[in-house]
Structure formats: structure tokens, C-alpha cells
Write a protein that binds this ligand. Structure first.
Ligand SMILES: O=c1ccn([C@@H]2O[C@H](COP(=O)(O)OP(=O)(O)O[C@H]3O[C@H](CO)[C@@H](O)[C@H](O)[C@H]3O)[C@@H](O)[C@H]2O)c(=O)[nH]1
Ligand SMILES: O=P(O)(O)OC[C@H]1O[C@](O)(CO)[C@@H](O)[C@@H]1O
Length: 696
């Protein structure tokens, strides 16, 4: 497979990347070079090009004007000339769109073989890919790395950083609209960061977490030369270290960390502060945003008189970074990322693998990383007190430090480029290849709809049996009906090696997705959206519950367009109370309380059962051709409304003895094995012409 990557901003080269030398030379380059290296290890990808822009600049190296840089036998960087040959900040790249499209179409025309697929990195590359794809027919996938709408929300005011974001958001919309698939780094990105785009379509986004060269960080050692770069600033070099590594741009909010440190005598007594914020030679030649941020850091150090306590080396090489983490770890330090928003956060993976506890912004990807690794504390980046308290909490508690330090090793297993590339190759193959027709166009004998947690999943061996069984069922369409969101469902199915369903009914029946022709992504059932939207006034319902019901909302990830989710904390009267409250104000909603703890409020017409019925009609199936399987409270309504209902042996909430589920088949087998058994039961019953007990 020949993959052509497009990445236009920053100073991109194969080795010795000067991270932070410009505002745009950062994580997307790290990500791309690591992805390309891992792709080269996968036999499915035998050729890669990274297309970028050629430019000349008095201060930056001459290599950025070189038309071709060979990385190895598989991969090369191609720098295309465009209308201007100057270095351009990403905010000005739009001026080159037309010439870039022409240059790329011409370049592809000169190749002995057309790329099979393009992979665009960041907004402008996405737009170029969309336009080149329209001209050449080559499909593309898109990775945003960072989104304009999220940046706009993070600043929440008009300022230099938000100027031009409207244009960027329009560019992103074009990139999103044309992409065969979108690759996101975290669930937060897939479900929260993209959510406000007009072309947002969760089914077209796949979450593949990046890796990092984590082994390098896991085994990191101090280095006397790197130690010296830091030590020369400090009075007491033995103290713990509060470490931050980030491009010196306003969004990274490094000044907030200096403010927190400068205004806390306790922090100053406990630790030194070390800030790596790019490399610079003469500050006067820096880009304005970088120059202003460096100047602000220096002013704050001066204002709080932090001399001897803060180190801010002006130069470092890319391969010094691991030794910097080691410097902090050997002093039982902490890594801090106070960004206003961090779309993902590769530094947090690096810190985790290095054994450094983290204190990180609660906005963006760190949610996923800290939840996965359990290696630190999330804070509101606008709260100096929150930052200070979290750092002191870890510094003052050696047992907590050791627990967080050890937990970071989870990152090495959880964030792995080789595994990423396995999923990535699967996606690209689906994007470029033809595969089975979608379920709607097939001759389907049976639709099997299974709940996930406790039904399909619960026993590893059972899932393995189910996967093998599913493989042989060519006339069975496999669907999921779950309370989880689309991306949460996809993640858990992936983690348990469950087969990928052809249909997903998610968020308790309020969203429906069908796998597409090529199988890479899913199409949302917008007809269903229209049906359940009738009479649903999300804002009004949320306001009423917020004001009168005394319920705590679940995390933003659990809130969907057609689902509001709360904690009911064992308050078994909560559902009735909310129903009465909403009815009093003229809202008729579907209210589902599960495990006593969770309470979901949905449009009146939305539920797992009504969604299954909608899918059945859409596929043109008879009721007898549908089998549903579940285990607990939130499956009751789906099981009740289908005459072919499987209740797995490990059921809860009294499902096996309920009068309204007496028509169901209570399996002897647990979890997925119970599902296989139940399907066999209903098939045998049909073969013998037995009448299935009618659903009540
Ligand atoms: O002075 C510096 C500053 C950064 N780095 C390195 O540069 C990378 C920075 O990556 P990241 O922390 O992810 O931040 P960004 O540069 O902002 O990268 C963007 O792209 C990344 C990849 O998609 C996402 O993880 C980020 O959230 C997104 O903002 C890391 O490897 C750092 O170690 C240095 O080597 N020296
Ligand atoms: O903060 P912003 O404007 O969203 O940009 C994020 C920047 O991060 C990067 O990923 C750094 O490499 C660039 O793509 C981009 O310039």
C-alpha cells in the first residue's frame, strides 16, 4: 500500500526536529514521524511520502527548501514549491491553498504509481486532500491534531490567538466533509472536540490512540550534559522538580504555572521549577507569539524573584528530552501540563512512561490518558490554587508519588504505535478496497441484537467463541444495542476482540449506525434522529433537571444530543421524581434508571426497543427474523418488545423471573455463550415449526 501523508506547517524534517522553534513545530510532527516509522515496520505499507511545503528563511535551516529528503527505502519527504517561498505560520497557509492543490496534483501525475490513499494532518492539509481527492479520486483520511472550535472555546474571548479562527473552522469543515474516515486520538476528541462541527458524524471517526517511542522514556537515564543545562540555573540542585515541556504558545498556559509557583512559598520551598519551552538562539528573531510568551515567562521570574529556583534552558536537542524526564524522576518530581486545552498530549505519555506523576489540564485528551494510566491529577488550568494544591498533594505524600509513578507504566502497554498501525492498516485497507455489501443490501436471514456489558462481554473465552461462531454466520446480521456511546462501544468491543457489528444502536437507543459499503466507518441513521427529535427540547429539559431535580450530571462525554445523563446515587425514587417534574412542564421523556446509580433522560420515542424495531423495518425483516439478547435492567424494554428474547444465565435485576419476560429464553450459558445458545434455541424452534411464546 502506498500512503501519501500531507503535513504543511512548521519546520518538518526527518531527524533532529527543533520542537518549539516555531509555534507550529510540535506534536503533529512527532506524531507523523513516529507513525511513519511504525508504518514502515508493517508489511502492508510498502511506500510512503510525506508532502510538505518548501520554504526559505534567513534563520531556519536550509534543508526546508530541499525538494526531496529520503528517510529510508520506503519513505521520503517531498517539499512542494507554492506561490510564496517564505516560511508561513499556519494562520497564513490559506494563501497557498490553490497553488498547493495544483502542485500536489502535478506531483502525483509524475509518480510511477498513484498513492492508494492520502492522510492529511491538520486543517489546511485536510482541505488540500479534499480538493486533490475530488480531482484524482484518491480517498483520504484526516487527523486534526488540534481543532479551531476547541481553541476558540478555550480562549473564550477575542484576542490575537482567536483571530482568523472562523476561516480555520471553515477549512476544517471542508476537511471533515470529504474524508473517508477521521482518525482521532482520544474519545474526548471524537465525542467532545468534534461535536460542534456542522459536518460532525461520529460514525466516520475512529479512535486510534497514538503511541510514543515509550521504551526510550521507560528506560530513561540522566545525562551529565543535560543535568548541567538545568543545574546552572539552580541554587539547590537536589530538590524535587516541577517540570513542564511545551511549545511557548499562549494556549499552553505556561505563565499560569509560573504564577502558581511564584505565589506559593510552599511550592518554592518544596521544589524547583524547570521549563523547557522550545529552543531559541536570539529571542529577537522569534515569531511574535513565541517571543511574547518567552518574554512573559522571564518577566514573571523577575517579578516573583525566582532566580535560583527556576531553570529555563534556551537550547536542547530532541534526544535530550528523555534525560530531562529522568532528571525530574530521580528527584521525585512532577510533570505539569497547564494548557487551556490539550487536544491529546504526547508529553503526558512521555512523562507517564518516564515514571513521573502528572498534574494536567482537565480540558481535552489528558482526561483519557489520566483515566487510562491513573498516574496523576486533573486540574482546572485557570485555577492557580488548583494547580498548586495538586502539585503539593503529590509532593507531600511519598506513597501517592510512588503509586502515580508506577501507574505510568500502563502507558507503555496502552499507547503503542505498532498496535495503532495494525488498526490503521485495517482502516486504510477498508477505505481503499471493496468489501461486503452493507447489511441493508444483503439477504439477511436473521438480525441478532445483543447488549454489550454483561451480555456479549463478561467472559474472555465466551467472546472468543462468539467471534468464531459469528465468522461462520454469513446470513446473520450482528448488531449491538447499548447504553454506551458509539465510541465507548467501539472501544470496549475492540479491547475484548469482539467482532465489529454491522449495526450499532448506542446511547440507550438514541443513536443508530450502519456499517458502510467499505466497512471502514458507519453511517448514522438520520431518519431515526428525525423521528426521536419530535417534541425533544434538550436545553429546556436539562435546565429543569439542573434547577429542580438535585441530580449531578455525568461527565461531558456521556451527554449526547439525544441523551442527558445523571448520577442518581441509589435514589430509587429519582426516575419518578424527574418524570413528574418534566410532565408538569409539558415534557414527555423516556427515563431509564440502571444499576440504581445512573439515570438517562431521552426523547420520548427513544429506547433500545424502539430502535431495534426501527432497524427491523428499515431492513425489511419480519419480527420473527429478529433475536435480541440482554442481561439487566436497561435491556428489559428491548427484551419485552421482541418475541425472540435471550436472557443470559448471569442475568440481574430479576430478569429471568419477570412475568413480562416469560416469553424469553433463559440460557444455561453465561454471557456470549448464552447468546450463541439462545440463537440455536430459536433456530431449532423455527425449524420444528414451534410457536414461539408471544411477547407481552
Ligand atoms: O520544547 C519542547 C517542546 C516540546 N517538545 C516535544 O514536542 C512534542 C509536543 O507534543 P504534544 O505535547 O502532544 O503537544 P503539541 O505540540 O501541542 O501537539 C499537538 O499535536 C499532538 C499530536 O497530535 C497532540 O498530542 C497535541 O495535543 C497537539 O496540541 C512532545 O514530544 C515534546 O516532548 C520538545 O521536544 N521540546
Ligand atoms: O493551538 P492550535 O492553533 O490549535 O495549533 C496546534 C499546533 O499544534 C501542532 O500540532 C504542533 O505541531 C500544529 O499542528 C499546530 O500548529
Amino acid at each position: 500500500m502506498f500512503v501519501l501523508h500531507i503535513a504543511l506547517q512548521g519546520c518538518l524534517r526527518a531527524t533532529d526536529v527543533e520542537y518549539g522553534i516555531t509555534a507550529d513545530t510540535g506534536g503533529h510532527i512527532r506524531y507523523l514521524l513516529d507513525l511513519v516509522a511504525a508504518s514502515g515496520r508493517n508489511p502492508a505499507i510498502d511506500r510512503m511520502e510525506i508532502v510538505t511545503r518548501a520554504f526559505r528563511h534567513a534563520v531556519y535551516a536550509e534543508c526546508y527548501a530541499e525538494p526531496v529528503e529520503t528517510i529510508d527505502g520506503t519513505t521520503r519527504i517531498v517539499r512542494l514549491p507554492t506561490a510564496s517561498d517564505a516560511y508561513l505560520v499556519k494562520e497564513d497557509l490559506w494563501t497557498e491553498h490553490d497553488s498547493l492543490v495544483e502542485a500536489l496534483v502535478a506531483h502525483i501525475g509524475t509518480l510511477d504509481q498513484a498513492p492508494d490513499v492520502m492522510h492529511a494532518h491538520y486543517a489546511d492539509a485536510g482541505l488540500i486532500a479534499a480538493r486533490v481527492s475530488a480531482r484524482t479520486g484518491i480517498p483520504y483520511v484526516f487527523t486534526a491534531h488540534s481543532l479551531g472550535r476547541v481553541k476558540l472555546a478555550a480562549f473564550d474571548r477575542d484576542c490575537a490567538e482567536t483571530a482568523g479562527l472562523d476561516r480555520r473552522i471553515a477549512i476544517e469543515e471542508e476537511a471533515i466533509a470529504g474524508a473517508a474516515a477521521i482518525i482521532a486520538s482520544s474519545r474526548d476528541e471524537a465525542e467532545v472536540q468534534y461535536a460542534d462541527y456542522a459536518n460532525y458524524d461520529p460514525g466516520r471517526i475512529r479512535v486510534f490512540s497514538p503511541g510514543s517511542d515509550l521504551k526510550q522514556f521507560a528506560n530513561c537515564h540522566t545525562d551529565t550534559r543535560v543535568d548541567a543545562l538545568i543545574d546552572r540555573f539552580l541554587d539547590d540542585t537536589s530538590k524535587p522538580v516541577i517540570l513542564a515541556i511545551a511549545r511557548p504558545v499562549t494556549k499552553k498556559n505556561l505563565a499560569a504555572l509560573v504564577h502558581a509557583y511564584g505565589s506559593s512559598p510552599a511550592l518554592q520551598a518544596a521544589a524547583n521549577l524547570v521549563i523547557l519551552a522550545g529552543t531559541r538562539d536570539d529571542s529577537a528573531t522569534l515569531e511574535p507569539e513565541i517571543r511574547d510568551n518567552i518574554a512573559e515567562l522571564l518577566q514573571l521570574i523577575d517579578r516573583y524573584d525566582l532566580y535560583g529556583k527556576v531553570a529555563y534552558p534556551k537550547q536542547h536537542r530532541p534526544d535530550d528530552i528523555a534525560a530531562v524526564y529522568a532528571y525530574a524522576r530521580t528527584r521525585r518530581g512532577i510533570f505539569v501540563n497547564p494548557a487551556l486545552n490539550e487536544p491529546f498530549g504526547l508529553t503526558l505519555l512521555e512523562a507517564a512512561a518516564s515514571g513521573l506523576p502528572v498534574v494536567a489540564t482537565d480540558s481535552g485528551g489528558p482526561n483519557d490518558i489520566v483515566e487510562t494510566c491513573g498516574n496523576g491529577i486533573l486540574v482546572d488550568p485557570r485555577s492557580s490554587t488548583a494547580i498548586t494544591d495538586a502539585i503539593l498533594k503529590i509532593l507531600d505524600d511519598p506513597a501517592l508519588w510512588s503509586r502515580y509513578s508506577a501507574a505510568g507504566s500502563v502507558a507503555i502497554r496502552a499507547y503503542d504505535w505498532d498496535r495503532h498501525v495494525q488498526l490503521y492498516v485495517g482502516l486504510l485497507e477498508e477505505v481503499i478496497g471493496a468489501s461486503a455489501p452493507p447489511v441493508a443490501e444483503r439477504d439477511t436471514a436473521l438480525l441478532l441484537v445483543s447488549d454489550i456489558d454483561g451480555t456479549l462481554i463478561g467472559c474472555a473465552q465466551g467472546v472468543g467463541d462468539f467471534a468464531a461462531w459469528h465468522e461462520a454466520q454469513t446470513d446473520v446480521a450482528f448488531a449491538i444495542a447499548t447504553g454506551r456511546s458509539f465510541h465507548s462501544a467501539m472501544a470496549v468491543l475492540g479491547q475484548h476482540d469482539a467482532p465489529r457489528p454491522e449495526i450499532l444502536i448506542t446511547s440507550v437507543g438514541s443513536e443508530i449506525y450502519y456499517r458502510t459499503v467499505r466497512g471502514a466507518v458507519y453511517d448514522r441513521d438520520t431518519e431515526w434522529d428525525g423521528i426521536i427529535a419530535a417534541g425533544w427540547d434538550r436545553e429546556a429539559v436539562a435546565a429543569l433537571i439542573g434547577q429542580y431535580a438535585g441530580l449531578t450530571p455525568q461527565s461531558p462525554l456521556e451527554q449526547r444530543r439525544f441523551k442527558l445523563s445523571y448520577f442518581a446515587d441509589g435514589d430509587m425514587a429519582a426516575a419518578e421524581r424527574v418524570r413528574a417534574l418534566l410532565a408538569e412542564h409539558g415534557h414527555s421523556c423516556s427515563i431509564i434508571q440502571s444499576h440504581g446509580r445512573y439515570l438517562d433522560v431521552l426523547p420520548h420515542a427513544a429506547s433500545k426497543g424502539t430502535a431495534v424495531e426501527h432497524v427491523r423495518r428499515r431492513l425489511g425483516l419480519e419480527p420473527r427474523q429478529v433475536i435480541v439478547a440482554g442481561d439487566s435492567g436497561n435491556d428489559i424494554e428491548m427484551l419485552r418488545s421482541s418475541s425472540h428474547a435471550i436472557i443470559v444465565a448471569n442475568y440481574s435485576d430479576g430478569l429471568g423471573t419477570r412475568a413480562d419476560l416469560a416469553h424469553g429464553y433463559v440460557a444455561v450459558g453465561h454471557h456470549a455463550r448464552g447468546v450463541i445458545e439462545g440463537v440455536a434455541y430459536f433456530r431449532a424452534a423455527a425449524a420444528h415449526g414451534e410457536r414461539i411464546k408471544q411477547a407481552s
